[in-house]
Design a protein around this ligand. Sequence first.
Ligand SMILES: [Zn+2]
Length: 394
Amino acid sequence: MTLAAGPAVSERAARVYRDAIVIDMHNDLAHRMLEDGYDPNVRHEPGFGRDRGQTDLPRLVASGLTAQFFAAFVDAGCAAARSDRSWARAVAALDAVHAFVRAHPDRLIAGRTSHDIRRAKRESKVAVFLAVEGGHAIENSLDKLHALYARGVRYLTLTWNNGNDWAGSSIGVNGTRTGGLTDFGRRVVREMNAMGMLVDVSHASNATVADVLAMTRAPVIASHSCAHALNPHPRNLTDDQLRAVAATGGVVNVNFFALFLDAAFGGEAERIRAEMAALEAESLAGDASAGDEVRATYAARTAQRLQALPRVPLSALIDHIDHVARVAGVDHTGLGSDFDGVDGLLPVGMEDVTCLPRIAQGLIDRGYADGDVAKILGGNMVRVIEAVLDGGGA
Ligand SMILES: [Zn+2]
């Protein structure tokens, strides 16, 4: 275990971390591999930009993670572009992760059940699990849902920031659905329960979260969500939602994204994004023929301004984990970093996957018992994985 530069980790925290099964429920490395041509096999510096990132094989190995869930993220534009584009995009991302795992049998294990996690712990390897982020990936087909399972996918995030034909999103970009589950949406959840695929309510609208929690027959997860009580962002879960996820036996895995952690940072970031979007629209109106170039320029400028904002302290992340543990319960709290999906906008001291032991330190500093820290690091998700995934495939 090698830790990146930053606040020290005590011997006790290092031991708790080393002995624990550590699971991160959400990482967007697959998206980076497809979009930026980011090479996952070599070490990168943390930070933001095409050649920087939070995850790669050398740092995964150094991190001491036992299991990592990689999300095949399907952008909203895929649903809008062509009827078959979302599925193709999901499959491309899954194939990229499969190839990554196959290339490193000495370091990585294809994860399907809790047995793979325990084997990874014994053999000091990382169990790599697959997920799909954005229910539009199944293109309204239960056959495609089953095909995702056959390809190794073990959770589906019902929506991304775009709602789809059967589930509503907390954001509803481009005027997409923000309501509850349709009858077909209920069938999707029933099928997932039956086949042993985790239902992920991160990104879903309040109505969809309520509908899922009312009908699910298995523990539900939020793979990467923060606490609304600490920052009233629509992506964050209210205390009632935290308790309701816990009531299913599930786990809320806390997101590390500065914009969700800190209301002041989030407000400033939204202001910059709105300002830059207005300037971009003005430019596009002036010369529509240079559309792609203008969009790329403004994307880069926006990112540059966001990177320049004062960073959020690590305590903000620990605050959210602590809040979820107090409200949902210490048995229902976990980690969903969102590394490589948040433009490097992360708390100080949490720059990449090797920084995870600092969470053990942060919780110990708040008075958490060693056993409770181990539950939050991954023990709770092992319980859910045993309950939902181990009996699957029937
Ligand atoms: Zn997400």
